[in-house]
Design a protein around this ligand. Structure first.
Ligand code: BGC
Length: 816
């Protein structure tokens, strides 16, 4: 089943970091990198386990300054399991002759399998197989199975199973100068099952500053070997490490099967006494590996039933799309719903960006909103719970409302670095990225879309409305009125394009009237009114009272929605910010010739003593983010309300061409956003950018960033691209609109969507689109395909003809 499997059939030490990130297994509560179970961290391998939201702060002195970072902590390695034969060396794949190798991540079942056939220095031929899972059904459990077949030998095998807490954060080379020691050992001990006397391991550690206690327990057994009952076990412990050794005879041609069941708890878990007790109990009662795998597979099967998106033309594209959904669901799953965690930009798969939460949820929540809205809601709850921190940040900056941090971690304070290392120049340079105030706009946008798609008034009343109003209030206080132009302006911010953080040759960080920020604020001001209108009178009055919101403030918001500044140049090009037209054109060809890969132009230019601030170049979409988030109709409405001419089709296209030609795609988000904005006008070009975006992680196109953690925004964004852009899906005025864009290479597209509580099956082909509503759902829905509107009753399906002009209904039949 190649469409469901990521397969590697060669062992390549150079690729291990990448494979470990791409083959990580997780369940929304924790993630374990896909390192072989027999390895320890070294230059080739980096086994690591991370807990969703498991952070710790540490200080380091850099260039005479004390800097403090909050990091996602590498926790003890629960998956350590290795062996040796007749007191020889412990297994090392690089010290044997590998006859065959296969590593397979089974996406359908959520199982990582490795199979190595090898001959060791003594001429012993063996096959080693491992299977691993992070249980989706029981979030505190993980399982590992190791089988060793003796083809031409017999002997005594010693199996070593460990819980290894002697770990530091060493996953990102750039961070190696920083304090990387985050955990203290607390206890390492064997313990017995009181009923059976079976010996197991327990390890307890505590993070140094956040005092998160993390407990692991492990039960290791020989499960299928004629001599299993003769197996001898012993244990040893030292600070931060507990290990169990099992010795067993293996006969010629026999297979030894060992299974390890591990549990993971932490002191923030609910419904426990303390993590140590919970972890020990969990392994005492844990089922056998087979049973654990069975329950786990059932959960994955249910998730795929809701989430799968089928594109039937290319099995490679299909597999990568599924890999992306797989990692999204491993990061944010039903197990995440009750946790207080946000959306980490790099998954819980590595230490890049320290597990922080940026604006990437803008690209991730659309997938969840349409399938697993409770997870999307819990991500928004993470933001809502940090409203006090965001209010405090605004207050400290002399502003009002809520100012969310560009990088967020445990308590919602700003976690962005003040300086960052340019690996090209070796210099620590100031990092101004935290003035990307647009992160709050992404939160507000997500709140509104979540409400539109789910219709959840409860969410709006409890959290959504407050978030949106406080964010609007923040931007209103950031804005000032320019009496000369008669318009509102926003100064000293950065848009999503991180290559521009200041005007050339100035010390002051920030730019004025970033178009993306200003238009989004105009959208926010009108949406805040809509939010208030959507609440019932009692809730509206209560909230206005609670926030001390008065009519004058509302009037200001209304005025802002009509008079924010947008700058233009070159006859209809929206200027990324005021003065953009004065920047120099960049020598793209020259730099491509000189450097080859010019994605990270900021680093290249800094290393040359120059600055990206001086040129018309972008890391990623900035102005074009508006084209990504809004349809042409919506953006035209916003522009008209602001008193500007709506963009003509020709201007819309010119803007796309203009900025695409000036973008280096230094962020993995970039190809995906550009593909989306091209979908309507240049579907074939969009498809190419889409496939480039699909390869971001699987081919590690940034040359080394994926091993440090997947790019969750790009992964989810490519999936959203299929669900929203190629179908032209949009929720407006209570109706679900489709305006399909078909690309030959796509084949048939099939997906399921949940809208206003009803599940719909959508099938799209070149000349027709069928939308079927499942039976059993009460709500009739309004579906509109290219302007043709139909009401769909539960259990019905409607087919629209897409060929030759307008859509026409060609059939109405009962859905399955
Ligand atoms: C991008 C940001 C993104 C961050 C985390 C950066 O490289 O420029 O837009 O939020 O990575 O994914």
């Amino acid at each position: 089943m190649s469409e469901w499997s990521l397969v590697y059939d060669q062992f390549d030490p150079k690729n291990q970091g990448l494979l470990e990130a791409l083959c990580a297994t997780g369940n929304g509560y924790y993630v374990t990198r896909g390192a072989f179970c027999w390895v320890m961290a070294d230059e080739t391998h980096y086994p690591a386990t991370y807990l969703a939201g498991g952070y710790n702060r540490a200080q380091t002195e850099i260039a005479g300054r004390i800097i403090e970072n909050e990091d996602l902590v590498n926790l003890p390695n629960w998956s350590a399991l290795t062996f040796r034969i007749d007191d020889g060396d412990w297994f090392n794949i690089q010290a044997v002759s590998v006859e065959s190798f296969r590593q397979e991540l089974d996406l359908y079942r959520g199982i990582l399998k490795v199979e190595v056939r090898f001959t060791d220095k003594k001429g012993r031929e063996s096959t080693l197989q491992t299977r691993r899972l992070a249980s989706m059904a029981e979030k505190h459990l993980g399982g590992l199975e190791l089988s060793l077949t003796a083809h031409n030998w017999s002997g005594r095998v010693e199996v070593l199973s460990g819980l290894d807490g002697r770990v530091i954060n060493a996953g990102v080379r750039r961070y190696r100068d920083l304090n990387s020691s985050h955990i203290n050992p607390v206890a390492a001990e064997p313990f017995e099952n009181p009923d059976t006397g079976e010996t197991m391991l327990h390890l307890l550690v505590e993070t140094k500053q956040s005092h998160l206690r993390v407990s692991q327990a492990a039960r290791t057994r020989v499960v299928s070997n004629p001599h299993a009952f003769e197996a001898k076990s012993s244990t040893e412990t030292e600070a931060g490490y507990a290990r169990q050794t099992i010795r067993v005879d293996v006969g010629h041609g026999e297979t030894l099967v060992v299974e390890k069941l591990a549990s993971l708890y932490n002191s923030r878990d609910t419904a426990i006494s303390e993590p140590g007790v919970a972890a020990r109990e969990a392994v005492i009662h844990a089922p056998a590996f087979q049973r654990l795998a069975h329950d786990h597979e059932r959960m994955w099967c249910m998730l795929w039933d809701r989430c799968d998106i089928v594109l039937d033309r290319s099995s490679r594209i299909q597999m990568i799309l599924r890999l992306h959904m797989f990692h999204l669901l491993q990061t944010l799953s039903p197990n995440t719903i009750d946790l207080d965690v946000g959306v980490p930009a790099r998954g819980w798969h590595g230490e890049a960006y320290r597990g922080h939460v940026f604006w990437d949820e803008l690209f991730i929540l659309p997938f969840l909103n349409f399938r697993l809205p409770a997870i999307a809601r819990s991500c928004l709850r993470y933001r809502h719970l940090r409203l006090p921190a965001a209010r405090h940040a605004a207050y400290e900056a002399g502003l009002k409302g809520a100012m969310f941090p560009w990088q967020s971690g445990s308590d919602g304070r700003e976690e962005s670095q003040k300086v960052h290392l340019n690996p090209r120049s070796g210099r620590w340079v100031p990092d101004n990225s935290s003035i990307q105030r647009h992160v709050s706009l992404a939160i507000a946008y997500n709140v509104w879309r979540h409400y539109q798609i789910t219709g959840s008034e409860h969410f709006l009343e409890l959290r959504g409305a407050e978030l949106m109003l406080e964010i609007t209030r923040f931007f209103a206080s950031l804005t000032h009125f320019n009496a000369q132009t008669g318009r509102y302006e926003i100064h000293r911010v950065m848009g999503p394009d991180e290559y521009h953080e200041a005007y050339p040759d100035t010390e002051t960080a920030g730019l004025n009237n970033n178009a993306y920020t200003n238009v989004m604020v105009a959208w926010l001001c009108t949406s805040a009114m809509r939010v208030l209108a959507s609440l019932d009178a009692a809730h509206r009055d209560e909230l206005m009272d609670k926030l001390m919101l008065d009519e004058r403030e509302l009037a200001l918001w209304d005025d802002m929605s009509r008079k924010l500044t947008v700058c233009f140049h070159d006859d209809g090009i929206i200027s990324q910010f005021e003065g953009y037209e004065n920047l120099k054109e960049f020598d793209w060809e020259g730099y491509r010739e000189k450097y080859g890969d010019i994605q990270r132009l900021d680093r290249i230019l800094e290393a040359e003593g120059d600055s990206a601030n001086r040129y018309k170049l972008s890391k990623q979409a900035d102005v074009l983010m508006l084209f990504y988030l809004f349809s042409r109709e919506e953006l035209s409405e916003l522009m008209q309300r602001l008193g500007y001419e709506p963009l003509t089709l020709e201007q819309w296209q010119r803007n796309i061409d203009y900025y695409l030609a000036r973008t280096s795609h230094g962020s993995t988000l970039s190809y995906m956003v550009h593909a989306a904005v091209m979908a309507r006008s240049h579907p074939e070009k969009a498809w190419e950018l889409f496939t480039q975006a699909l390869h971001s992680d699987i081919d590690d196109i940034q040359g080394g960033t994926t091993p440090e953690g997947i790019h969750l925004g790009a992964m989810a964004g490519t999936v959203d691209l299929v669900q929203r852009c190629f179908t032209g899906l949009d929720v407006r005025d209570g109706a679900l609109h489709f305006d399909p864009v078909f690309v030959e290479r796509m084949g048939t597209l099939k997906l399921k969507l949940r809208h206003l509580g009803s599940w719909l099956h959508v099938t799209m082909q070149q000349d027709e689109m069928t939308v079927a509503a499942q039976t059993g759902w009460a709500q009739p829905l309004t579906i509109c395909v290219r302007g043709e509107t139909r009401d769909l009753q539960p259990g019905e399906s409607v087919t629209f003809n897409l060929s030759g002009g307008g859509a026409a209904e060609v059939g109405r039949a009962a859905a399955d």
